[in-house]
Structure formats: C-alpha cells, structure tokens
Ligand binder design. Sequence first.
Ligand code: NAD
Length: 291
Amino acid sequence: MKIAFIGLGNMGGGMAANLVKAGHKVNAFDLSAEALARAQENGCATFTSVRDAVDGVDAVVSMLPNGSIVDSVFAADVLGHAPKGAILLDCSTIDVDTARKVTADAVAGGYDMVDAPVSGGIAAANGGTLTFMVGGTDTAFARAEPILSAMGKAVIHAGGSGAGQAAKICNNMLLGASMIATCETFAMAEKLGLDLQTFYDISSKASGQNWSMTSYCPVPGVGPTSPADNEYQGGFATALMLKDLKLAMEAAQSVNADVPMGTRAAELYAQFDAAGKGGMDFSAIIQSLKN
Ligand code: NAD
C-alpha cells in the first residue's frame, strides 16, 4: 500500500520504518527537518507539505503530540486532499471528544477513520511490538488492522469511534495510580525495616501483586530490569504520564465519573513534574514518596 505518515518523532519514526519493512511505500511529513532526515534514512519518501504527502495514498497514519494539532492537520490538509475512500488512522494519544469529532468530519468527507492509540514506548515502536487499542466501525477496523499489525504485536477493537482513546486513558489512569501505590508501599516497607527483595518475593506472590511491581519495579535491583536500574532514564517519561492523567481527568469530568485515586495520581504527578522531574521515568516518583 501507499501510506502517508504524519509525525515521525520518537514514536512515529520507528512506526513508519516498520511500515517500510513490511513492504509499504511510505510518504513522510513532519515539521522537523531532523525527523524527516531520519525517515529518509529508513526508506520513506519525504515531502514538504501534508497535502503533497497524502496525494494519491491508500491510507494516512498520524502520530502527533495532541488533539488540537491532530484536528487542525486533518481539517486543513488531509480531509479533501487525501483520495476519497482512503483509510485514516490516528495513533496519537488525544482526548476522546476530539477523536470523535475528527472521525465524524472524516466520515462526512467520505473516509473511514479509526482512533488507534498505542500502549508501549519508544522501544516497542522501534521493535514493532506496540499494542493498538482501536475505536471505529467494524469496516474501518477491518481496513486498519493489517496496517497496524505491521507496527505492533496486538491490535484490539475497543468499540466505536473514540473507544480506543477511552481504553488508553482508562488503562493509563490505572497504571498511574498503581505505580504510586507500589512506590508508597515499598517506601513504607523500607521504613518498617523490611528487606525490599524479601518483601518483593512475598508481595509478588501475594494479593498485592501488580504490573508496576512485577514488570516495572520502581526499586533498583529488585524484580526484572526496569528504568529504576538505569537511574530512572528511558521508559515512560513522567511528563507523558501527566499528559495522559490530564486527559483522564477531562474524560472523568465529561461523564461525571468519581475517580479519587486517579485524581490523586494526577496531583502527585503534577507536583513531581513541577519539581523538574518531567524527563525521568514515571517510576521515579518513588523518590518523592520516600522523602
Ligand atoms: P514527539 O514529540 O517525539 O513526536 C511528535 C512529532 O510530531 C514531532 O516530530 C513533531 O515535529 C511532529 N509534529 C508536531 N506538529 C506537527 C504538525 N503540525 N505536522 C507534522 N508534524 C508535526 O512525540 P512522541 O513521543 O513520538 O509521541 C507522539 C504521540 O504518541 C503523542 O500523542 C504521545 O502521547 C503518544 N505516545 C507516546 C509514547 C512515548 O513513550 N513517547 C507512548 C505512547 C503514546
């Protein structure tokens, strides 16, 4: 297929490269010359405008920073410029309402569209092992699935338009809250004089077990290798967790959901980010809970 890819940053760069490896012809556009140069090295054709990049393609994939950018790029340069009938896939993490609006605009313009945010970070984007949570009609999902499969290990149809974004922020709200609960527990265990490896051996086989503990332990030297073993570098940045928690808070408000743990997680990550820690992995919040 001929696929336009818009937004070749930390995530999109690797994703576009995997589409090329799968045999697709990829037209790349990004505002950053550096991102475009990397895309060219990875076998993409590069363009100086979105309109040129989407000309004559079968599909358009976007991986952009936020909802207002996604909305403006699609409204100004994709809808009415990509061939009618092309399948459109937005893989960015954005708010549910904007995802639904952009899809409604696309459908009105004669396109199929899915919201398909990802779970997994830069390593998964490069390695083609992302998990995609997809919102859209059965027809749109069936068309998007083979494209997403070239970039990920799992592609799950979450429901109608916006359901991918809803699933993503619900998952990440749970992750933020469970990471903080894991961090505060290890900080308290230490103060109570427990050996942390011993506590891990117990809790990882008891009812406190959770992903933040057993797959991504925030304590250096305990559990499988994680960003904690690399001074909290790499992994999933605090600033990105905060972005997702803010989206979760907006979504909770829009449907009047009572989310006390998610709210507290958003407050604590906002404080940690404001303390200049936005670039550290989100498990580094254990440092502030220890003090
Ligand atoms: P990034 O900032 O590295 O990349 C975004 C790219 O979009 C940049 O190259 C930027 O130049 C480009 N861009 C911005 N405005 C543009 C425009 N109008 N037209 C064309 N290009 C434009 O961000 P990222 O880490 O790759 O994240 C992209 C999306 O993926 C975000 O929505 C983020 O929340 C989500 N996400 C990121 C991660 C992660 O670990 N980094 C994990 C899951 C989801």
